[in-house]
Design a protein around this ligand. Sequence first.
Ligand code: ADP
Ligand code: ZN
Length: 442
Amino acid sequence: MTNSLDLKTEDNPYWESKWETLPEEELKALQLKRLKETIARAARAPFYQKVFKQNKIDPEKINSLDDLRRIPFTTKEDLREWYPYGFLTVPKEEIVRMHSSSGTTGRPTVVFYTKKDIDTWANLVARCMYMTGVRRKDVFQNMMGYGLFTGGLGFHYGAEKLGCLVIPAGPGNTKRQLFLMREFETTVVHIIPSYALYVAEVCKEEGIDPQKEFKLRIAFIGAEPHSEGIRQRIEAFFGIDAFNSYGLSEVNGPGVAFECPYKNGMHIWEDAYIVEVINPETLESVKEGEEGELVLTTLTREGMPLLRYRTRDLTKFLPGKCPCGRTHRRIDRITGRTDDMLIIKGVNIYPIQIERVLMSLPEVGSNYLIEVHKRPTGDELLIKVEVKSEIFQEDMRYLEGLRKKIAREVKEEILVTPKVELIEPNSLPRSQGKAQRVVIIE
Ligand code: ADP
Ligand code: ZN
């Protein structure tokens, strides 16, 4: 990647104007050039050697972006099967870092980075941060887990590249987080959305008004699905702009797709990834604008490139050009993973649909849990909903009315009537990492 350091002045909205605003045709040409390099490189990895051989693919005969479709998808199972080194294209001595996925849906997968990969990744994260208005003078408190999870070090390196003062706070210890924010005048945070709502609760308990006492102006929220309602609650409470941040360890970590100041979907960096959206059942590309599973081919990773990686994340392309001038297409917020889908009474339901309804109701507090009770007569849905403390003090009749209203509104969205239980604020278990929204009770 080139550096356009000279352009990184305070008033330039782009970190790398050349790449971010590349006209469509040139972007495609760049993709093809990088795809060929990536495929040549991938041919050195034991896994892709096998794939190319089995499918009689001559890497040198991939000569157009359409040719990519001749290569089979790579799946999470492949990563697990060829664990740990089957995807490496370089000798182990050239690897300088390992990360792993959080293991939300099974055994974690591991990812390796060369020195150059770390730098390319940091540059993408810096690009995302810069796009939202973060500059050198900012104080960045990174409240994501450091360690194997990519959210911590990924943003850390990106923010340092940008030149921010970085506070590597990590998650948890909420009172200390608030202390750091006040003491060092943090202006930007990176935080899991469910944890941000918890921090808001602690502020209330401690009598802290963040809009008066803090200098916060921006939050990056990501790592788990969240609805627009959650973003709005975070923005309103802290008086900040919150930007959706998407990534996954298998293809770097954060920095894959990110919102610009228009907050109209996330620009997915097409100079770094070839993006497909497929129907997870037929495996065919969906029509432009239809929802499906996101499939990514890395274009700039050298140690462990992935071709047509099935992310299992559901999204869609958003139409039209973005007024910010970036030419990279935008994807909609992730609605969940293909394996998050619940089937209740024959109806397909994604947890985010329930969250959307809950977060649109002002009485509802900051946390909820969906329980699926397995019954011989068919599965039942129980939603435990924390309500705001002032609501919880209301009389029984009022609470019963609210309970029914929530059940009714959820039913309108998912077509199944759930049981609803109203519970006290802060009574559900909190996680410092990704929130667990669904439990299956056998
Ligand atoms: P795991 O898949 O085990 O959780 P990762 O830590 O690599 O491993 O997390 C990546 C996953 O987190 C993505 O595939 C996606 O499901 C989810 N994710 C990341 N960012 C977002 C986001 N902004 N919105 C919704 N989901 C997200
Ligand atoms: Zn934009």
